[in-house]
Structure formats: structure tokens, C-alpha cells
Ligand binder design. Structure first.
Ligand SMILES: [Zn+2]
Length: 331
């Protein structure tokens, strides 16, 4: 046997793998993490988002997260920084305008984070939070076996991203796949986005809770959120079941339209509302049989997302890593 080593065989104990630094910027918290190539979150820190303060104060929280993160001994192995942010984002300009952070409008987060002394010199990759989740599910999670999939985050809003031809499809400004704001009800309620009858106005957790309350459901305790509605639905409450059925119907219409447009193999659903499990997934699959009628759109697989509470940071890291080359085995 030859003793020669090929370039990709590191000697045992040397060449520890490069890591990815990740930032997850949301309206309630700003998290930072160090992620290894297999998607494991090795270390994380977080600050609450001073969402009502001025732009510089919010940036200060981001920089403190980067200070803490870069003080960790593993930071030296970070080779890039991925940033997943609440949207809208503009990846072509490197800016973000998160709905829940009022002072950040067209805020140049890529330039500002990139100017941090520990980040300077590293490539910085920005994406919206739903596209980041899509990148994570595509690389490590439930969407891995599929070349064409949509990944949804159903929580207080509805976000989504697309995998097409084996690659995450970002779009020119990084907002492609924004399923929450396609119209599924022609004469529906006005949406804050400016349109009306948006999927989000029917299928978000906020919409589910509001529909249940409007139709007379009263929570047993102080919690009147969609998760309380889900619990009631599980116990057979007809109003709660109807609220989830309506949300599932809207999601099915949006997913079916997308499947018809671009031929999807799978829809992966994550976010807090997806924790309702069968209360959401059973009517969703049923309504999909109605709306995804053409043979090439029917038979779409619906799956729960696999990444849990770390999805934001792992997603930001997956953005920085780009599309996986082939289908490598991930431990
Ligand atoms: Zn809208």
C-alpha cells in the first residue's frame, strides 16, 4: 500500500475543520454562534434586540454579540460570517429593513458587521431569515433529499424560501419564495404589505388566534395564542379545529400554486405553528389533494422541518457555506 496522502486526508489530530460564524437578527433577540461544517452549533451568545431604540443602539447590540463571539477560543477557526435577518432584506445592497426594528431602514448591516475588527477580512453573506432556514433544511434537514422544495416558517408571520434544481433560489434581492405575501383570497383583508388577501393574513399564528377569538373561542387560561388554539383543537374544540383548517387551506393553496409553477417535490414546514403537528398537517395534506390537482403537482411530500431552536444560527451558517456540492454525508 502506498503511504502517500491525498490532499483531502488530513493527518489525525491536525487541521481542525474550519467553522462558520453566524448572526441571527430578529425583533426580539440578536444571536451569534459558531457552527461546524456538519451543522453543529458549538457556541452561542445572545442579546435582546433594543427594537425601539435608534439605529446605532441596535447596531451596538450586534457588535456586542460579535465582541463576545470573537473572544471565544474557537473564533480563530471561523472562515466566514453568515447573517440571517428578519426581512425585508436587500442582499444586493447588503441592507436590511426588519419590520420589527423600526430604526433600521435600508440599514447597511453587511458593511457594519464586516467592519468589526474580528470580522474584517472574512466574507460576509446576508440572507433573510426564511431563506436561511431553507438553506439549513436543504443542507442538513428535511429538504436534503429533494432538488426542488419549498420551506416555510409559519409563526407570527409566514416566511418561505425555495430550493430549485438543487440550489437555494435567492432572487435578485434575496426575497424569492416570499409565499406569505402572495394573494390566496382575491377579496381578502388588506395586508400591511399593501396587497390584500395575503396567505399570511389567513395562515399565520396571529391569524389563527384572531380567527378563533372572532368565532367565539375562549382560552381556558391567559394564553390565547395559536399554540393554545392548537391545544384546544387537539382536544376536539370545533372552533379551534376550524381556525387551523382555514390556515391549512390557505397554506395548501399557496403551496399548490408554487408546485404548479415550478414543480416541487416537497414542502417542509417549520416555525411555532408547525408544532401543532397533525392539527395542522392533516388538514394541510387534505387540502393539498384539492388544490394540487395536476399530476405533476400532486403527490408532493409534506414534512415537518427538522432543525429546531438552533435553526436561525444554523441557517445563517448554511447561507455562508452556500449550496452543498452533491449529497455529501453529514453526521
Ligand atoms: Zn401581504
Amino acid at each position: 500500500m502506498s503511504s502517500a496522502r491525498t490532499a483531502d486526508q488530513a493527518a489525525p489530530g491536525t487541521d481542525a475543520p474550519a467553522l462558520v460564524a453566524a448572526l441571527d437578527i430578529g425583533g426580539t433577540k440578536i444571536a451569534g454562534g459558531l457552527v461546524d461544517p456538519s451543522g453543529r452549533l458549538l457556541y452561542q451568545v445572545q442579546q435582546s434586540t433594543p427594537a425601539r431604540e435608534d439605529a446605532g443602539t441596535v447596531l451596538g447590540a450586534v457588535l456586542r454579540v460579535l465582541d463576545e463571539l470573537s473572544a471565544h477560543p474557537l473564533w480563530g477557526r471561523a472562515r466566514s460570517l453568515g447573517i440571517g435577518s428578519a426581512g425585508p432584506v436587500d442582499t444586493s445592497a447588503g441592507t436590511v429593513s426588519p419590520v420589527n426594528i423600526a430604526a433600521w431602514r435600508g440599514f447597511p448591516i453587511v458593511a457594519e458587521a464586516g467592519a468589526h475588527p474580528a470580522v474584517r477580512g472574512l466574507p460576509v453573506v446576508l440572507g433573510g431569515d426564511a431563506v436561511a432556514m431553507t438553506a439549513a433544511e436543504h443542507r442538513y434537514g428535511a429538504a436534503r433529499p429533494y432538488a426542488d422544495a419549498i420551506c416555510l416558517v409559519v409563526s407570527t408571520g409566514v416566511g418561505a424560501g425555495l430550493v430549485l434544481g438543487g440550489s437555494v433560489h435567492h432572487g435578485r434581492t434575496g426575497n424569492a419564495g416570499h409565499l406569505g405575501h402572495i394573494t390566496v383570497d382575491l377579496d381578502g383583508d388588506p395586508c400591511p404589505c399593501g396587497s390584500r388577501g395575503c396567505l399570511e393574513t389567513l395562515a399565520s399564528g396571529t391569524a389563527i388566534a384572531a380567527r378563533a377569538a372572532r368565532n367565539g373561542w375562549r382560552p381556558p387560561g391567559p394564553d390565547a395564542s395559536a399554540s393554545a388554539v392548537a391545544e384546544a383543537a387537539r382536544l376536539g374544540d370545533p372552533i379551534a379545529l376550524a381556525a387551523f383548517d382555514r390556515a391549512a387551506q390557505a397554506l395548501a393553496a399557496g403551496i399548490a400554486a408554487t408546485a404548479t409553477l415550478v414543480e416541487l417535490e416537497a414542502a417542509v414546514i417549520g416555525g411555532g405553528v408547525a408544532k401543532a403537528g397533525d392539527v395542522l398537517f392533516a388538514p394541510l395534506r387534505r387540502h393539498l389533494r384539492t388544490y394540487a390537482a395536476l399530476p405533476f403537482a400532486a403527490g408532493l411530500t409534506v414534512l415537518p422541518a427538522r432543525l429546531g431552536t438552533d435553526a436561525g444560527l444554523v441557517g445563517a451558517a448554511a447561507l455562508a457555506l452556500g449550496d452543498p456540492a452533491g449529497r455529501e454525508s453529514v453526521g
